[in-house]
Design a protein around this ligand. Sequence first.
Ligand SMILES: Nc1ncnc2c1ncn2[C@@H]1O[C@H](COP(=O)(O)OP(=O)(O)OP(=O)(O)O)[C@@H](O)[C@H]1O
Ligand SMILES: [Mg+2]
Length: 354
Amino acid sequence: MTEPSAELTGFPMTNPLEIVHLSKSYDGTPVLRDVSLSVRGGRILTLLGPSGCGKTTTLRLIAGFDWPDSGTVTINGRTVASEGVRTPAEERRVGMVFQEYALFPHLTVAENIAFGLKGNKHEKQTRVSEMLALVALLDVGERMPYDLSGGQQQRIALARALAPQPDILLLDEPFSNLDAALRGQVRSEVRAILKQSGITCVFVTHDQEEALSLADEVAVMLSGHIAQVGTPQRLYRHPATRTVAAFVGEANFLPGEAHGETVDCVLGCLPLNQPAHGSVTVLIRPEWLKLNNSVSYSEGTIMWQEFYGHDRRLGIRLSDGTALVARSDADNDYTVGESVEVGVDVAVQTFPHQ
Ligand SMILES: Nc1ncnc2c1ncn2[C@@H]1O[C@H](COP(=O)(O)OP(=O)(O)OP(=O)(O)O)[C@@H](O)[C@H]1O
Ligand SMILES: [Mg+2]
């Protein structure tokens, strides 16, 4: 008999990973403060934050390599860490991929993937082949890890972590050893593999581009607490605070005076994406600025420009001295010293003036 689904019974679906009010101190110094997160089945949550903010500590508490001072960790409805509960790491069904690929150098690729597997030789071989197919490296089973490129090694590390079919996969800055060109490519390969396998993931990074491009949801962690959780689009477009705004992308901040639906600032009277009143700080992303193409605008001068192929980044000084960064089409060539009309074509976000 099949069990009635959660929707039919009216009980909430259990998320594969739930962290509630987790706190941790080392030598009296708080490292995590009241961290709560939940990850839905098959979703990738990226934990984004600066160095030292507590990302690896969070993963270690989920994996069972360390214990929280207070709070709970629940995996697939089973509490594995809380007051009086300390389920050891090997009983948690959590896989990990680290920054350093951590493959055993003296074992072949196939032996590396088979390392944590149970079952007879045939079962192990079948699983290793499935995993090599999943990471699109079918031919490398008999090679040694040092024979592979950095990107290939990271895919094998992923295959090894997924082979025992963990409930949760934790990835701690897995691309930081790869050079910039390879990183982008490996990132999309890894995202495709994770989505194909349907695994629930927590992916740690301090790189905002990586966090936004990989995630179904992003949690921004600052100084041991979660500042905001949301979809990549929501975080970028509607950051909760000025600090989050600056951390998840490039930002221009301007002083302004809000009057409900609009705000007056040096760029004129701009529409707001949510009502505000009084003295505020206005957030304007570089690509929200439009040059020589707005009804309402201010006069500015091009101070510098950088060409990126897909677009260009421009430094602009307005006549009152305000410095702005803008992004513009790659095809629009400007000269330093040229006058431009600077406007904004989206409803902007504000924060209480600090
Ligand atoms: N075992 C430990 N003993 C004492 N302090 C620790 C321990 N583990 C971590 N810390 C401290 O906790 C803080 C958070 O460390 P953590 O490794 O979680 O940061 P992180 O966000 O992963 O940083 P990074 O991006 O540099 O990897 C740091 O100040 C670190 O020094
Ligand atoms: Mg870390």
